[in-house]
Ligand binder design. Sequence first.
Ligand SMILES: [Zn+2]
Length: 500
Amino acid sequence: MHLFIAIIYLLHLSSGHSEKEYSLLLISFDGFRWNYLTETHAEIPTLKKLMESGVYAKDGLKNVFPTNTLPNHWSMVTGLYPESHGVLDNYIKDPNISKPFIPKFIQPDYQNDPRYYDAGGEPIWVTNQFQKSHGRSGSIMWWGSENLVKFMKPTLTMSYEDNILFNEAVDTIVNWFTSEFPINLGLLYFPEPDSTGHKYGPNSVNITKKIEEVDNGLKYLLAKLAEKDLLDDINIIITSDHGMSEITKENFIDLNDIVDPASFEYLGSGNGPYSSLSIFPKEGKLDEVYNQLKSQSESKNYQVFKAEEIPDRFNYKHNKRVPPILALAKPKYSFILGDVTLTIGGNHGYDNEVKDMHPFFIATGPSFKKGFSIDSLNTVDLYPLMCHLLGLHPAPNNGSMKNVSQLLQEGPENTIWTFGTYILVLIVIGSVGGVFTVAACRHHRYLKRRRGPLPATIKYSTPGGAAKAALLSADDDDEFDDANDNTTDDKMLELVTTKW
Ligand SMILES: [Zn+2]
């Protein structure tokens, strides 16, 4: 019995859980393109310091389609593609819900039906609070965290505010990490540099200035964490939802010149510009609207799909919320529906293969390597990575640890202990098997002496049965882990209020 308990204990140690539990802070700066980090005129000493003291992705994150804010933030925290988590876009319509989903940055007072978010995905704060008795999460403006999902919200939340300063958000979350009942998971969303990117374009001096403000905000964060003596105990992931592509008035596609406006409705507010549009033809008008759109798609630089024609690689169409028709502009082009005052600016939401759509990724802290980089990772890999960092078993997801595991320190919890404990387990199993074998042989000889030769029809059970059972449970443990693997003074950062 003692041997059995020892085996179970050793298998538990070998399952990859760290002895030391670190806190985790996930920060998202909306619309921070991957190469704002490396191809910029901005002075970014703090971001460079973070890259040198931690890990980063040279080509950024491969995000999910559509490359918009809400689907990507929900994919970060659930590890699921939009067709699996249901937050298909910034605007959504569900056939079983009477009101469409409208994002808070368009209509702050609008009450969205919580079922739009609670549609199958398990956000990291639910996993954290469900699995850990001391699991406490804090969310500052993270998209979706205001909703009950699986009957839970983050332990502490701050709702979306248009005029919040980054440094104020930092003060709040650092207080949460150091309170009498501290959080072990913090999520911080900030709406810049997206707003500035939309208004002035990604190549503007305004973006350069905004990136310097982001850098200054991070300097403040690190100073606060150092002041509270937290830097050695917290892992920090700093990333974004999507990039930005420059758009100009010359590349606007006015849908009203292509399709009769009386024959369809679309999800959105205002005349645009839109990189993609969910189109709902009026009854009996599906083919007519589709054919009119299709007839000018090549000459006007966009694609149009009926729901079933949407490419599988978008991981988007297998959901009841998919629109009957999806129109998708090519990068630098945008749909409008009437007059728009903008002459030059930025947009996102295009094909997620387009490099300008990819966001940046930096991570630092005791669990990460120092001065290490990889080419790219997937947005859906963040959930299993965060679960690993927090010692949680991930809910089923579309991400993988395969690519991200190389970012981690080869600490005791990742390799040596695991290998050593497996060896120990094998030694224990071998010993148990050996004892059984010797005992069986002795018993066999004893019986032989007493009874003479056995009749040919009687067979002994395999002496190594117990060892075999223990090895099977070790294999089962491996399979479980594998299944789970698959499965952002005067420069203070503030928000430019013009956005869409
Ligand atoms: Zn945006």
